[in-house]
Design a protein around this ligand. Structure first.
Ligand code: C5P
Length: 410
C-alpha cells in the first residue's frame, strides 16, 4: 500500500470528527503522500491550524483573502492535487459543494480540483438520512466524487447510528485504492446494457422483471471514473445515469438488440448487464385488452444479444462479458453460458443476492478460472469486474499481436 509521490489536499469542515483529520494527514504522509491542508472557519473552531502546520511543514490555508498568497490559492491547489479529500464532510459543506458554492477556501478548492474528489461524511444519523442530504450525496457521486463512508458507530451525541466518519486508516485505504485505479481504462471504449426490458402486451401493459439497472450503471460509473468512454444502452429504469456517459434509451429486447448490433463494432468491450426478457408476447394488441374469460398469452423467443455478439467471430468485440442469474447450480450454469455464448467472462449472481438492491454477491467465471467474491457494494463489484476486463483486454491485444505476426508476409 503506497501513496508515494501523490499530492493530496485534505479539506476540513466544521465537525467534531475534525480531530481525526490530524490522524488522516499523518496516515497519508506515512504512506508517502505530500499533503496540504485547507480549513473552513468552522473547522478552525474544532482543531488548530498550528497542528497541521507542524505536521505538514506548511501552514494550512484558512482564508481566501489572506494577503500572503499572491495568486489564487484555490486554483493553485486544485491544479496541484492528485486528490482532494474532505474530512470531515459536514451536511452543510456537502450541500454547498453539491450546489457549486465557492465562497470559502475549501469549496473554492473543490470547484477547481483537477484530481479525484473524496468526501468522508461525518454527521448525526438523522442528518445523514435527511432527503436533502441524500439528494446532495447522490449529486456529488454523479459528478464524479467518491464517498468514503459514513459508517455505523458511536456518534458525538452518544447514540449509535449511521453517520460516523470512517476511521483515518480506512479513508487512506479508500483514497489509495481509487488512485491506484485512476485512469487505467483510458482509451477503452465500453458499451454496456443495463436494466430490464419491457415486452408489450397492449398499449398499457407489459411483461417485465425486477432489474433496477444499478449493477450496469455502477459498472458504467466506475469505468468512466477510470477513464473509459462509455455508452449505456438502457432499458426503462428509475435511476439517473452517471454523468459523462452517452445513454441510448430502449424499451424492449428487440430495440436493445438493434441498438447494440448497430453500434458494437465501435467498442472494445461489450458488457451485457441488462436483464433481457427471453420471451415477448407473440402479438401486441393494438387496443387495451378487455377483461373477459381466462386469457392465454402466447410467448415467442427474443433474440439473444450476447449469443449473437459472441457468434460474430472475427468482428466481435475484444472482450465480451455477460451476466448469469440463477437459482440453482450457479457456477455450472455460468460456465455453460460462457461456452454457449462465446463470452470471455460471465458474472454469475445467485438470484436474490443482488436484484434491485445496492449490494451483490457474484462468482466471476472465465475459461480457466472461477473467482467467488464476497457480498459487496455494487460499486466495489463493478471495480472487480473492470479489473478482470482490463486483464482480458491485455490478453486479447497479445492474441491479436500474435495473429498479426503470423499473418504478416515474410
Ligand atoms: O441465458 P441467460 O438469459 O441467462 O443469459 C444472461 C446473459 O445473456 C446476460 O448477460 C444477458 O444480458 C444476456 N442476454 C441477452 N439476450 C437475451 C437474453 C440474455 O443478451 N435475449
Amino acid at each position: 500500500m503506497s501513496l508515494q509521490g501523490k499530492r493530496i489536499v485534505v479539506g476540513l469542515g466544521g465537525g467534531i470528527a475534525a480531530f481525526k483529520a490530524v490522524e488522516l494527514v499523518r496516515e497519508l504522509m506515512r504512506r508517502g503522500a505530500e499533503v496540504r491542508v485547507v480549513m473552513t472557519d468552522a473547522a478552525r473552531r474544532f482543531v488548530g491550524p498550528i497542528t497541521f502546520a507542524g505536521l505538514t511543514g506548511k501552514p494550512p490555508v484558512t482564508d481566501l483573502w489572506a494577503e500572503d498568497y499572491a495568486g489564487e490559492v484555490h486554483v493553485e491547489l486544485g491544479e496541484w492535487a492528485d486528490a482532494v479529500v474532505i474530512a470531515p464532510a459536514t451536511m452543510n459543506l456537502m450541500a454547498r459543494a453539491a450546489n457549486g458554492h465557492a465562497d470559502d477556501v475549501v469549496l473554492a478548492t473543490l470547484a477547481c480540483a483537477k484530481g479525484q474528489v473524496f468526501f468522508a461524511p461525518a454527521m448525526h444519523s438523522r442528518m445523514w438520512s435527511h432527503p436533502a442530504m441524500q439528494r446532495n450525496a447522490e449529486a456529488l457521486t454523479r459528478s464524479g466524487a467518491v464517498l468514503l463512508g459514513p459508517v455505523i458507530g458511536p456518534l458525538a451525541s452518544g447514540e449509535i447510528g449511521l453517520g460516523r466518519m470512517m476511521e483515518p486508516v480506512e479513508i487512506a485505504d479508500g483514497v489509495e485504492t481509487h488512485l491506484a485505479h485512476a485512469k487505467d481504462l483510458e482509451g477503452v471504449r465500453l458499451l454496456i446494457s443495463a436494466g430490464p426490458t419491457h415486452e408489450d402486451l397492449d398499449p398499457v401493459r407489459f411483461i417485465g422483471n425486477r432489474s433496477s439497472g444499478r449493477m450496469g450503471y455502477a459498472i458504467a460509473a466506475q469505468a468512466l471514473r477510470r477513464g473509459a468512454e462509455v455508452t449505456i444502452v438502457s432499458g426503462p429504469v428509475h435511476i439517473p445515469p452517471p454523468s459523462g456517459a452517452e445513454v441510448v434509451q430502449v424499451w424492449s429486447a428487440r430495440q436493445m438488440h438493434e441498438a447494440i448490433m448497430s453500434r458494437f463494432d465501435a467498442f472494445d468491450v461489450v458488457v451485457m448487464a441488462a436483464a433481457v426478457a427471453d420471451y415477448r408476447p407473440h402479438r401486441r394488441a393494438g387496443q387495451k385488452i378487455k377483461k373477459g374469460e381466462n386469457l392465454q398469452i402466447e410467448l415467442v423467443r427474443n433474440p439473444d444479444i450476447l449469443a449473437d455478439l459472441g457468434a460474430k467471430r472475427a468482428q466481435r468485440p475484444a472482450v465480451l462479458v455477460g451476466f448469469a442469474l440463477e437459482t440453482e447450480n450457479l457456477e455450472q450454469a455460468a460456465r455453460e453460458k460462457l461456452v454457449k455464448k462465446a463470452a470471455d467472462l460471465i458474472v454469475a449472481n445467485e438470484a436474490g443476492a443482488g436484484l434491485g438492491g445496492d449490494t451483490n454477491r457474484a462468482v466471476l467465471v472465465e475459461a480457466g478460472s472461477s473467482t467467488p467474491l464476497p457480498q459487496m457494494s455494487k460499486r466495489a463489484l463493478a471495480d472487480q469486474i473492470l479489473d478482470r476486463i482490463r486483464v482480458l483486454l491485455h490478453q486479447a491485444a497479445h492474441r491479436q499481436g500474435r495473429e498479426a505476426e503470423r499473418d504478416a508476409p515474410n
